[in-house]
Design a protein around this ligand. Structure first.
Ligand code: NAD
Length: 378
């Protein structure tokens, strides 16, 4: 079976979905791999590296024509347009494709007969942790968000006792403590800040403490804030309003705020209003990791740096691409682990008895397979 690794073409996308080291292991298992020319160059891997690992190099049209399994990091926007126009019904597509927010577009793969696997649908269960690209990329985003804030803030993070006096440590507040938020807590702590954090899920409390941060209690949460799968549930407007009111005073004391709150497939909850920003100290920096889904702060603009009342609000997109080499390494390891579940006699097979395969497969032989996607489609 031939795997085709595509170059990413979306703006700002520097990752690659397989590294030479992963290619070598797949080739050893009897798969053929063709890599689109310069697919790895933005993340530090040359065509020669891939050839040395046993791949052949080709232009995109040839990769699309020859390979049975097309793999890329992100099949959305321009990449989706190009790939979808060339995919045939006997081909597979393995990529992130934002299946819950783009449910109708992704469901089209069933109509065309393509076998599509959406990496975001890998279940958040222990056995699938090594295949979970959402966690891998969130780890990088959480880390980078803190560095961006540290760079922009007009103060240092650690306490310093100098001959010119004592500098107080920065106060950093993390809102939304899933994978990205937890990594942000740990990174800010390592830099010497005083770190507090808040999540709507009561279960996050213990995790906040485990990385040395202090949980902020608003006493609004209950068991209805968490789904069986461990995700946050979407809250009512009334809950969000009460949350905002309780949060305003906490925010007014911070030097840096990192927001990561998300509900899968839904717009980001608005945690910080313009009025709350007005009450914050001048010099405070907000990094809004939810910018791509509308932002946790009312003032956030995607890929912009906004100044309001002395507060800086940064809304970056695709944070993982900012550390493209490590992001690609993690992404590729996740894909390789997923492929390992499917490799049988130098070919890939889908076993729908396996929860991971069933949950991750968007479409196969004209049918929508993923129960989560079926739910969203109604
Ligand atoms: P996510 O990106 O979907 O959301 C980020 C965080 O925002 C979540 O912790 C969520 O509770 C929080 N949030 C949502 N609305 C909020 C609000 N109004 N106020 C404050 N916070 C709000 O989350 P994620 O990083 O993908 O993690 C989701 C869950 O999956 C977590 O429970 C995590 O521990 C779990 N998880 C499990 C595994 C595994 O077992 N394999 C792997 C990764 C994540």
């Amino acid at each position: 079976m031939k795997i085709g690794l595509l170059k990413e073409i979306n703006a700002g996308e520097k990752r690659v979905a397989l590294l030479p080291v992963n290619v070598a292991k797949l080739v050893k298992k009897g798969l053929n791999v063709t890599v689109e020319a310069s697919a790895g160059s933005a993340s530090g891997f040359s065509d020669q590296d891939y050839q040395d690992a046993g791949a052949s190099i080709a232009e995109r049209d040839q990769v699309m024509a020859d390979a049975q399994v097309i793999i890329c990091v992100s099949c959305k926007d321009q990449q989706a347009e190009q790939v979808n126009s060339q995919l045939r019904k006997d081909q597979w597509l393995i990529a992130t494709m934002d299946p819950l927010a783009r449910a109708q577009q992704v469901a089209e793969y069933a109509n065309t007969g393509v076998t599509a696997l959406a990496l975001e649908l890998v279940p958040r269960i222990t056995r699938a942790q090594s295949m979970d690209v959402l966690s891998s990329m969130a780890t990088i985003a959480g880390y980078k968000a803190v560095l961006i804030a540290a760079e922009k803030a007009p103060r240092l993070f650690p306490m310093m006792m100098t001959a010119a006096g004592t500098l107080k440590p920065a106060r950093v507040f993390i809102m939304g403590v899933g994978v990205a938020g937890l990594q942000a807590c740990a990174t800010a702590k390592r830099l010497g800040a005083v770190v507090e954090a808040y999540d709507i899920r009561p279960a996050a409390r213990e995790q906040i403490i485990s990385v040395g941060a202090r949980p902020v209690e608003l006493n609004l949460e209950d068991s209805a804030t968490e789904t069986k799968g461990g995700y946050a549930t979407e809250q009512t407007d009334d809950f969000i309003a009460r949350q905002q009111a309780a949060m305003a005073d906490v925010l007014a004391q911070q030097d840096v705020v990192i927001t990561t709150a998300a509900i899968p497939g839904r717009p980001a909850p608005k945690l910080i209003t313009a009025a709350m920003v007005e009450k914050m100290k001048p010099g405070t920096v907000i990094v809004d990791l939810a910018a791509e889904t509308g932002g946790n702060c009312e003032l956030t603009e995607l890929d912009q740096v906004i100044e309001s009342n002395g507060v800086t609000i940064i809304g970056p997109s695709n944070m993982a691409s900012m550390a493209a080499t490590h992001a690609s390494q993690m992404f590729a390891t996740n894909i390789e682990n997923l492929l390992n579940l499917m490799i049988e006699d130098s070919s890939l097979t889908l076993d729908f008895e396996d929860e991971i395969i069933k949950e991750t497969t968007v479409s196969h032989q004209g049918e929508i397979i993923s129960p989560r996607l079926r739910d969203v489609l109604g």
